[in-house]
Write a protein that binds this ligand. Structure first.
Ligand code: ARG
Length: 347
């Protein structure tokens, strides 16, 4: 509609939602993809957007592409890098960055050219996709001020959420969500539905000071109801089925994975190497997790899996399971070196 209004010569629309879910969001769930508290929604989407852009540029036989990123943010890194990797013959033009323009100039230009903008679109810089909504700029640039209610579109204020908590059950198969409350759905449906359900309970509002690639600290606000609940539930299931050693090692792997996805380095082969490790761990991440949604909060309340490493018999206060006296010998050797050291020091 906008393109038509502006009289552009040709407009192409690509529906890449399925690919976005399966190639990017699912990987991110398996990697518990979070950067400094941010579930990477915008970051992940930039790679398929830029990849599709290159595909179309080739089909249309153009020699340059353009984007509207400023020189301050992260998106320029994700776009420019992906375009340079996938379409090295293409020139990338970024007028806002090249001419050192600011938002005031952009708004005036939009007005002059008759480019329609909504009220929130005028006041903030917004990016939105299936995995989350990001809101920056305007009054949000003062981190000492709480975000105004008007920035939120997907989530209700907690005080307007349903008064009674709701428990939902999410089923995972090999690290990927496949059902809500026993109803099987594909990823696109499941995430869309969960954004709605959790959003209604005010879940998924995130306020952050984020360290951008260039080193700037930025005040960021997000709405990511489905991402919040799914990553929380996925982690809870991993705790049940992965060994202590796997969990500790994977935490470091997940952190590096999120750094790469955030920093415009999705196509670094290290990301693929990490995905290979992550995929192998996910073979056992199958089971069900119950999450309670309650006025702005989500909380895991129950989990089960055929691959559970939890042994009720062993852990129970009520049952024997093993002969407790066997622990006595083990404890004699526990902290052995500390015991020797403190003796030497004459403690
Ligand atoms: N800080 C986030 C990121 O780097 C969100 C950027 C979103 N862009 C925007 N114009 N609101 O991924």
């Amino acid at each position: 509609m906008k393109a038509k209004q502006l009289g552009v010569i040709k407009h192409v629309q690509v529906d890449a939602r399925k690919e976005f879910v399966e190639e990017y969001i699912f990987r991110s769930i398996k990697a518990n993809g979070i950067y400094e508290g941010y579930p990477l929604s915008t970051a992940l989407a930039r790679y398929p957007i830029a990849s599709k852009l290159v595909e179309i540029a080739r089909k249309e036989k153009v020699d340059a592409v353009a984007h509207g990123c400023t020189g301050k943010g992260n998106d320029q890194f994700r776009f420019d890098t992906t375009i340079a990797i996938k379409g090295p013959e293409l020139k990338t033009i970024a007028p806002i960055r090249e001419l050192n323009l600011d938002r005031k100039w952009e708004l005036k230009y939009a007005q002059k050219q008759g480019i329609p903008l909504s009220k929130v679109g005028k006041s903030y810089s917004i990016d939105e996709n299936l995995w989350g909504r990001s809101i920056e700029g305007g009054v949000l640039e003062d981190p000492a001020r709480a975000p105004p209610e008007e920035i939120y579109v997907w989530t209700r204020p907690p005080e307007k959420a349903p008064p009674k908590p709701r428990i939902i059950e999410i089923e995972f198969k090999e690290g990927v969500p496949i059902a809500i409350d026993e109803k099987r759905m594909d990823g696109l449906q499941l995430i869309t539905k969960l954004n709605k359900i959790a959003g209604e309970y005010g879940v998924g509002r995130i306020e952050l000071i984020e360290d951008r690639i260039l080193g700037l600290k930025a005040r960021e606000n997000y709405e990511a109801p489905a991402a919040t609940v799914l990553i929380q539930a996925h982690r809870a299931l991993e705790q049940l089925v992965l060994t202590k050693q796997e969990l500790a090692f994977k935490q470091a792997v997940d952190q590096t994975w999120a750094d790469l996805a955030y920093s415009g380095l999705w196509f670094d082969s290290l990301r693929e190497d990490l995905d290979a490790f992550i995929d192998n761990t996910q073979k056992r991440v199958t089971g069900k997790v119950k999450v309670e949604l309650n006025r702005g909060n989500s909380r895991v309340v129950a989990r089960s899996s055929p691959y559970s490493l939890y042994d009720e018999e062993l852990a129970s206060f009520e049952r024997y399971g093993f002969d407790q006296r066997d622990a006595i010998g083990v404890i004699k050797f526990h902290a052995l070196q500390s015991k020797i050291l403190h003796k030497r020091k004459g403690d």
